[in-house]
Design a protein around this ligand. Structure first.
Ligand code: NDP
Length: 481
């Protein structure tokens, strides 16, 4: 049994009340370890450590902070296999995906913000006629909270921690209780890289306890949260009366719009990925596929053919493309959506079945699932499933597909496949979301703003946007007449 601990003030500690949670391996449903079931006392203890560390860390020269972040990045690279094995075991994702995507991206997050902070500038404005000069200072906020979900555990946790630390804040982080393992390993790496004690503290436990204690803490100045929209609402309700800064990256139900004039083969390969990567458990997955009517039948046949070739299997197999879903509860939630197929005129085209994997009988495996729907207003098109389930439906006109794409409460990302420049510009402007991909999917440049509109969230992370979020500005106006 692996026993994870909290990382507070550079030390690995048991939870103060000595309460523990089981940690499951979704590839076979077994318990393989325990993690702290932390409470308010653990959060308060971490806060004291972070508060003490803040004075020195916020005054540490940028070059030194940057060097520590770059060192963390290279130590993550050096430990690629160890991190990838832990991530795959915790989450059920194919080890190949953890090695190719999750762990390298976690290293890139530290590397990127280690560099970005050295280029982060403040503005100055001179008004000659009035003989004034304004300049803006950007101070770190103090102790901040970073709360992340289970789908890309280390990738998303470090996406928050790295800019917070780079900007000179001290952090209390809480990874998902479902996938805590890599966050635990990160503590060790931070000590090796020379990150001073108390600058980063990682608390494990339930969202409703440890997470809520972070949100409610009066002296934690800002919360960067990625997770579900309902949790986002709870966080906003709690934090708003305290005027905490909030960055909320929430759910999605992203449209993938395919026009007949697209580069068909490229679109097909990418659409398989945007539908089922990470078992469809990526907030950016294109789960509503709209296809121009003239190519709908061709697309349907080819898409089913490609998807039927995807290999569902144990995450540890190199050939596996679709691993296990993250937990029993999530598996049952996804299956409950599949059970509703047919009730509203929708039709199961492929998949939708439990997969029994030899020697992994207790695992949460599901065939990638394609459903044809009649209307965008059906539940399958309106609710976030967050699993390997996509819907397809034909459209006749630009105006109709734009209306359907926007007719959903979410607004995270959208993909458009077309070789018509005017159309791609028109859709890019009018789609209600924070990110549009044209003729590609999930190509990420860490300098770009990242986030959604409507129920997909509040604020932008990435690049200088998140460094601005993690700093407080103060403008100074000097008259030199
Ligand atoms: P949840 O909202 O359930 O949990 C996210 C994190 O919040 C977890 O660490 C959770 O802890 C914690 N949490 C839960 N309740 C509270 C609370 N009251 N106070 C503070 N923290 C709390 O999301 P999931 O983990 O289920 O992740 C899936 C969701 O995340 C999907 O909706 C997906 O779209 C979204 N997501 C959004 C992304 C984006 O960039 N917009 C990217 C990736 C995912 P615990 O696990 O212990 O409950």
């Amino acid at each position: 049994m692996i026993q994870l601990k909290n990382f507070i003030n550079g030390e690995f500690l048991n939870p103060i009340q000595n309460q523990w949670l089981d940690n499951y391996n979704p590839s076979n449903g077994s318990v393989y370890g325990q993690l702290p079931n932390s409470c308010l006392k653990d959060v308060n203890f971490a806060y004291e450590a972070a508060k003490k560390a803040f004075e020195s860390w916020s005054n540490t020269p940028i070059e030194k902070r940057s060097a520590i972040l770059l060192k963390i990045a290279s130590l993550i690279d050096d430990n690629l296999d160890r991190f990838a094995e832990a991530e795959s075991k915790d989450n059920g994702k194919p080890i190949s995906v953890a090695k190719r995507l999750d762990v390298p991206r976690a290293a890139s997050n530290f590397r990127f913000f280690g560099h970005a902070i050295t280029q982060f500038q403040s503005e100055s404005h001179e008004t000659k006629s009035e003989k004034t000069i304004n300049y803006t200072l950007r101070h770190p906020l103090g102790v901040v909270g970073c709360i992340s979900p289970w789908n890309l555990p280390l990738y998303l946790l470090t996406w928050k921690i790295a800019p917070a630390l780079a900007a000179g804040n001290c952090v209390i982080a809480k990874p998902s209780e479902i996938t805590p393992y890599t966050a635990f390993l990160l503590g060790e790496i931070c000590n090796k890289a020379g990150l001073p004690k108390g600058v980063l503290n990682i608390i494990h436990g339930k969202g409703a306890n440890a997470g809520q204690a972070i949100i409610e803490h009066v002296h934690i100045k800002a919360i960067s949260f990625t997770g579900g929209t309902e949790t986002g609402k709870i966080i906003a309700r709690t934090a708003a009366p305290m005027f905490k800064k909030l960055s909320l990256e929430l759910g999605g139900k992203n449209p993938n719009i395919i026009f007949a004039d697209c580069d068909y083969e490229k679109m097909l390969i990418s659409t398989v990925k945007s539908s089922f990567s990470n078992q469809g458990q990526i907030c950016l997955c294109g789960s509503r596929i709209f296809v121009e009517a003239s190519i709908f039948d061709r697309f349907k046949t080819d898409f089913i053919k490609c998807v039927s070739k995807l290999i569902v299997g144990p995450p540890s197999n190199k050939s596996t493309q679709i691993g296990a879903l993250v937990s029993k509860a999530h598996y049952e939630k996804v299956l409950s959506f599949i059970d509703r197929v047919g009730s509203d005129g929708s039709k199961l085209l492929y998949g939708g079945k439990r997969v029994h994997v030899k020697d992994h009988e207790g695992g949460y495996y599901l065939t990638p699932t394609i459903v044809q729907v009649e209307s965008n207003s059906c539940q399958l098109n309106q609710e976030e499933i967050f699993g390997p389930v996509v819907t397809i439906m034909p459209f006749e006109s630009e105006s109709k597909v734009l209306e359907m794409a926007n007719d959903v409460k979410y607004g995270l990302s959208a993909t458009v496949w077309t070789n018509n420049l005017k159309r791609s510009l028109f859709f890019s402007e009018h789609l209600e979301c924070g990110i549009v991909w044209v003729n590609t999917w999930m190509q990420r440049d860490l300098r770009t703003p990242f986030g959604g509109v409507k129920s997909s969230g509040l604020g932008r992370e990435g690049g200088f946007e998140i460094l601005r979020f993690f700093t407080e500005t103060k403008n100074i106006c000097i008259n030199y007449k």
